[in-house]
Ligand binder design. Structure first.
Ligand SMILES: [Mg+2]
Length: 430
């Protein structure tokens, strides 16, 4: 079972950082973004350099100038922040379709099914940070929390070092919360903290271990929430992640070519990722769509399957059919594929026998899980991967491997597979 993994991202000193990004002269200096440029106005965002001097959000312009007469003051510029937010969130959208925009600079990304472990989520988190740095702005840093629940993910990014990344699990949580002030917790303000103190609860570690019944006696449902949040119990929504309505992946083609072998290799990769995501969620799709853009416009289409599937090869064949039918002119610039009308496999299996290919695909996922992704690839990918190994959504690196019993079992099957024996064909993306 893939673990439930939520990532929370919070861009540090957002408005001020965007201003510093836009004007390199402002970088490294105390800066305040003001609602209006009057000395009676207040600072709605201060840069980390201003914060270091004690000029916090909400500080009056007059008071800020008293602390630092050289502080740079700029008027709030919402379109600038929105366009940066769009860039950042479109990066996030490449990694999950289940994103909750929490504010202009904060989002929850449900990575359940996209990653198989917290370690993998950390790798992905680092990659997202790197992409924000290179695509949205090198002056933008963000804090990230990765955890099994939404609350813990945000608590992690709120409390970790600015620009840091933290993983909170039920295993390391005790040590992390021990001795922390009550007000460090998301949702605990001064008044609630005072009431908790009255019960003799001095810090978050004590709150975590305080008997839930006593908390409920004192605070009702809020008491349960306090306990659940600190003990890694998901409260927002359902316990298991809400099944997505659709899954898919998109890709901007950095290489502009009319060579369809290249486009089909990219489609294969996107379909394989989509198929794996479906299988990771234990779901099958009733329909599939493909969209693409070209230098002369674009196109796309959707189809319904006669039988639900999670087979990457079926998705790929469908993608190629649509692409060949719909692509008339222009050099392709981006492609996107997606599956809709999803249904849980286990539910259907109570009615129908499991298709043989489903088990095979799951076994391939198992090998790829064990040895690195795309150690085993379908034939169409074979030999084509190196053409676009430097593409943005690159392959994971492959590792050298020994043939085990499981692999031998699969190698005997005629499933149109090519086996990649070495890392030289594919390399980790730059
Ligand atoms: Mg922020």
């Amino acid at each position: 079972m893939t673990p439930r993994v939520i990532l929370h991202l919070d861009v540090n000193s957002y408005f001020a950082s965007v201003e510093q990004q836009a004007n390199p002269f402002y970088r490294g200096k105390p800066l305040g973004v003001c609602a209006t440029m009057s000395q009676y106005g207040c600072i709605i965002a201060s840069s980390k350099e201003a914060k270091a001097k004690g000029i916090m959000t909400g500080c009056r312009v007059r008071d800020a100038l008293a602390i630092d007469p050289n502080i740079i003051l700029v008027e709030v510029d919402p379109p600038k922040y929105r366009s940066t937010t769009e860039k950042i969130f479109s990066i996030l959208a490449e990694y999950s379709e289940d994103i909750e925009t929490y504010s202009i600079d904060e989002a929850f990304v449900n990575l359940t099914g996209f990653v198989r472990s917290f370690d993998e989520a950390v790798t992905l988190g680092e990659k997202i940070k790197q992409r924000i740095f290179s695509e949205a702005g090198e002056w933008l840093t963000c804090s990230m929390g990765i955890a099994p629940t939404r609350w813990l993910a945000k608590f992690g990014s709120d409390t970790c070092e600015k620009g840091g990344l933290i993983v909170l699990t039920r295993e390391n949580l005790d040590a992390y919360v021990r001795g922390r002030e009550l007000t460090e917790a998301w949702g605990i303000a001064e008044r609630l903290a005072a009431r908790l103190m009255d019960l003799g609860i001095k810090d978050l570690g004590e709150l975590k271990h305080y008997p839930v019944t006593n908390l409920m006696e004192a605070f009702g449902i809020k008491g349960y929430e306090l306990w659940a949040n600190l003990n890694g119990v998901e409260l927002s929504g359902v316990q298991t992640p809400r099944p997505p309505k659709s899954v898919g992946h998109s890709h901007v083609l950095r290489r502009r070519t009319t060579d369809h072998r290249f486009h089909e290799a990219v489609l294969m990769k996107l379909c394989e990722k989509t198929g794996r995501r479906l299988r990771g969620l234990d779901m099958e799709a009733g329909g599939f769509w493909l969209g693409f853009g070209t230098t002369l416009g674009g196109g796309g289409d959707s189809v319904r399957f006669l039988e639900r599937t999670a087979d990457s090869r079926v998705l790929f064949k469908t993608a190629v059919d649509i692409f060949r039918q719909q692509h008339r002119a222009g050099v392709p610039t981006h492609v996107a594929v997606g599956c809709f009308d999803l249904a849980s496999v286990s539910k259907q299996l109570s009615l129908f026998a499991k298709p043989k290919d489903y088990g095979l695909a799951k076994a391939l996922d198992e090998i790829n899980d064990k040895y690195g992704e795309y150690v085993v690839m379908t034939g169409s990918m074979f030999g084509l991967a190196k053409h676009h190994a430097d593409d943005r959504i690159g392959f994971r690196k492959t590792v050298s491997w020994d043939v085990t019993a499981l692999d031998k079992r699969l190698m005997g099957k005629d499933v149109g597979l090519a086996i990649d024996h070495g890392p030289e064909l594919i390399r980790e993306e730059a």
